[in-house]
Design a protein around this ligand. Structure first.
Ligand code: GLU
Length: 491
């Protein structure tokens, strides 16, 4: 195989999982590194679990992560169609070839009969392998079973393929990530390749598609290793070239269990909805198995591609550290250009009326609130006081700060003086400095002076720079709120 051709083959039974995103990324990087092609194939043979919504989610998520494919259902290519349900006429042909070569046979066992076999194996504490009951049925026997109304499935004859291509029942291959992997094929059992309803099973369809799509390297999770042994035998039985395989360690949650919803978000779109940046997410995901040779972890996908060597991927499991992702995301937020950040924050500000602010005011609001953001959605609770006429005062701050004589005195002076202030941020900065200094002379700590103003204007004890807040919300609102918090003679 000359050209490097890799693929990602998600089953649309859910939104794109971060694990699949990592598999997609490593395939994409491998293709990039080797001037190869990255193919997207949708494996929707399980009609009941498939939905268009999930297919769209897979497309959108991969695109959002920048993992664009060279061939796929939407962009086409020389080896389409790229959606398995559109390829159903292809698989029976190859099943027929295997039947003719004697590497497959028809199986008429009913689900009940198979269940009995399984129960027997369990009772004998043995791993279940199909009994091969139908391996040598005569044509008469088959005709009789057909006459009973039974429809056959087609099973792959493991032992026959193994005997034909491997002298012992041990099958081994050189995994690109894990090195040599071995399996005793006696334990695989003759598995079904075509169901009695005419639909191919995963292990069969995947081989036919990878073969016809000329896939040269198959990089996927280690949960597929046992499938790989079955698949290698199918390639051999068909007389096809066997691609190279590479299996990645699993992604585990911080508690070392399988990453699942109970640990937090798992789908790329869920992370995006929570306010993670896709470039932070893809950078983080790359580190689940890949390590930079220069030790610098913050890297773009292009930079990672320069440094990507498949045989250096970690063969062991990786831990999905949400804390590390948060750190990385906050770093990427800090790096964002202000205009870009303004746009990216908008979906998280829908509960506010942004038209209350001019573009310059919105820009300034983002400038003074961006620093502590870990995820974009943190903005929602950070900015309520920039909107509306009045603010809700935190009851504790009301009692401990606003209700004190000091605060009331501060507010009284503030209201009187601020009426005459020119309302620019620069001037407010100067005026407030002077204001604090005057109180300091009276023995009041600047911090306490400012708390009174901050709680009256924002309803809380901490937040963005006070001068900027006053400048952004404007004189009228600032004074209104100060007056509302002042209990003395209302002006
Ligand atoms: N559709 C399979 C999955 O989602 C693809 C596995 C493979 O890469 O062969 O797990």
């Amino acid at each position: 195989m000359d050209e490097v051709r890799v693929r990602i083959a998600p089953s649309p039974s859910g939104n794109l999982h971060v694990g699949t995103a990592r598999t997609a990324l490593f395939n994409y990087l491998f293709a990039k590194r080797n001037n190869g092609k990255f193919v997207l194939r949708i494996e929707d043979t399980d009609a009941e679990r498939t939905s268009q919504e999930y297919i769209d989610n897979i497309f959108d998520s991969l695109k959002a992560l920048g993992l664009n494919w060279d061939e796929g259902p939407d962009v086409g290519g020389d080896y389409g169609p790229y959606t398995q349900s559109e390829r159903f006429d292809i698989y029976p042909k190859y099943a027929q070839i295997l039947l003719e070569k004697g590497f497959a046979y028809e199986c008429f066992c009913t689900p009940e009969e198979l269940e009995q076999e399984k129960e027997l194996a369990t009772a004998n504490k043995k791993p279940y392998v199909y009994s091969k009951k139908c391996e040598n049925l005569t044509e008469e026997e088959k005709a009789k079973l057909r006459a009973e109304g039974r429809k056959p499935a087609i099973r792959f004859n493991i032992s026959k393929a193994q005997r034909a291509f491997h002298p012992t029942s041990e099958l081994s291959f050189d995994d690109l990530v894990k090195g040599e992997l071995k399996q005793n094929t006696d334990l695989l059992g003759d598995f079904v390749i075509m169901k009695s309803n005419g639909a191919p099973t995963y292990n069969f369809a995947v081989v036919i598609d990878d073969m016809l799509m000329k896939i040269s390297h198959i990089i996927r999770g280690e949960d597929h290793i046992s499938n790989t042994f079955k698949q290698i035998l199918i390639y051999e039985a068909l007389g096809a070239e066997v691609p190279r395989f590479g299996h990645l360690g699993m992604i585990l949650a911080p508690d070392r269990s399988k990453l699942s919803k109970r640990h937090g978000a798992t789908a790329v779109s869920e992370f995006v909805e929570k306010g993670y940046l896709t470039n932070a997410l893809i950078n983080f995901v790359a580190l689940l198995g890949w390590s930079p040779s220069d030790g610098i972890e913050i890297k773009t996908v292009d930079e990672i591609a320069q440094d990507f060597r498949i045989n250096e991927l970690s063969a062991s499991n990786s831990i999905f550290e949400y804390d590390k992702l948060n750190w990385m995301n906050s770093h990427y937020i800090k790096m964002l250009d202000i205009e870009d950040l303004k746009e990216k924050l908008k979906p998280f500000l829908t509960k506010y009326d942004l038209s209350e602010l001019t573009d310059a005011e919105y820009t300034r609001m983002v400038e003074v609130t961006r620093e502590p953001l870990t995820i974009l959605s943190d903005i929602t609770d950070a900015v309520p006081y920039f909107f509306g006429e009045y603010v809700e005062i935190d009851p504790k701050a009301q009692e401990e700060i606003l209700d004190t004589d000091l605060a009331q005195d501060v507010l009284n002076s503030f209201i009187t003086q601020a009426e005459n202030w020119e309302w620019t941020e620069e001037n407010l900065h100067e005026k407030l400095e002077k204001f604090r200094a005057d109180y300091k002379e009276k023995g009041i700590k600047p911090k306490n002076t400012m708390w009174a103003i901050r709680v009256a204007i924002t309803g809380r004890t901490c937040g963005a720079d006070m001068t900027a807040i006053l400048a952004i919300i404007g004189k009228e609102k600032s004074l209104k709120r100060a007056k509302a918090a002042f209990k003395g003679a209302k002006v």
